[in-house]
Design a protein around this ligand. Structure first.
Ligand code: BMA
Length: 324
């Protein structure tokens, strides 16, 4: 379990009756935070040296999607590089990429692994790594197109790397369930198993159209805590909310608990308005088990980056006590 000392944090407001609460100074990253950007959202953060590093999705003013490295002392105020990440060849020479978006980052063993939605004849899951957030290496894509929301587990499970993903189509996919795949070497992926499907409309409509894993799973006493986005197709388009599930520690295709109500749904102005209204999309979380603190990073309305906080123990209890 991680026991970070400098978790970004703000106490729960007195009048708040929900399990998670938003940072009062949201959004933490403005859409124009670097000179080229149209929007900065759906981005990943990880503890690094005496602070934090991140991989940020910055769409430019031609609305080309790419990922950029950034650094922060406190996890809230960020300096994002003005140039996108440039990858060298990792475990392959084939590092084609028409675009990159929705990154996740995790430290495993000796390096920081990055996954993202990689444009290769349509979206699929790109994989790369870095030791220092200066030099980056790109590996083989994990899957065939079309796939999105590739999220690595932070350690090997039964001797293999494990990754959640969401097979999709080439458009604004109107379906989507979460699968798990395993790899002995971060190059060849197989043993694909279904983990979670969309919920029945009449039971939990916020997650009835598609679901996709968000931050890196967190190992707790109950199993793997997985925040995910759930989507409902409304008459005005998709609405993205945030829920959580708990997967079995050693057999993570087994769902132990899954939140029937959402943990968070679009409600603040910066979530309700923007380039794509009514979207909150989590890609990272940092936590301390000892301090019982969790800070969640999410993109808001495909435009800006925001944060929310919660007590780990209360989030776990909420998922257990309100399970589908
Ligand atoms: C998905 C992805 C996300 C985005 C979401 C809502 O398909 O493109 O990056 O946040 O749609 O537009």
């Amino acid at each position: 379990m991680e026991n970070l000392k400098n978790i970004p944090w703000q106490e729960k407001p007195e009048n708040c009756n929900t399990v998670m609460w938003r940072y009062s100074e949201n959004p933490i990253i403005d859409r124009y935070a670097i000179p080229s950007s149209n929007s900065i959202f759906n981005s990943a953060v990880v503890p690094f040296e005496d602070g934090y590093a991140g991989v940020f999705r910055c769409d430019n003013k031609a609305v080309q999607m790419n990922i950029f490295a950034g650094f922060s002392k406190n996890g809230i105020d960020w300096d994002i590089n003005h140039e996108p990440i440039s990858f060298k060849a990792g475990n392959t020479e084939m590092i084609d990429s028409d675009y990159k978006y929705d990154p996740r980052v995790v430290f495993i063993e000796d390096r920081y692994w990055i996954t993202w939605c990689n444009g290769y004849h349509g979206p699929t899951i790109g994989i790369g790594y870095t030791f220092d957030f200066k030099e980056f290496f790109q590996c083989e894509n994990a899957f065939l197109p079309f796939n999105r929301n590739g999220v690595l587990f932070p350690k090997k499970i039964n001797g293999k790397y494990a990754m959640l993903s969401r097979p999709s189509d080439n458009g604004h996919t109107a379906f989507g369930d979460i699968y798990i795949s395993y790899s002995p070497d971060m190059k060849y992926w197989g043993e694909h198993r279904c983990v979670m499907k969309v919920a029945p409309f009449e039971q939990s409509a916020w997650q009835c159209t598609k679901i996709g894993a968000g931050p890196i799973p967190i190992l707790t006493n109950e199993g793997w805590l997985v925040f995910y986005h759930g989507v409902i197709a409304t008459c005005n388009g998709f609405r993205y909310s945030i829920g959580a599930s708990i997967l079995d520690e050693n057999e993570p295709d087994k769902v132990k608990y899954r939140s029937q109500p959402y943990l968070m749904a679009p409600a603040e102005l910066y979530e309700l308005t923007g380039d794509v209204p009514n979207v909150i999309f989590p890609c990272a979380a940092v936590h301390s088990e000892k301090e019982d603190k969790l800070a969640l990073y999410y993109g808001a309305a495909d435009t800006v980056t925001a944060m929310a906080f919660g007590k780990l123990s209360e989030i776990i209890d909420f998922v257990k006590n309100n399970s589908l």
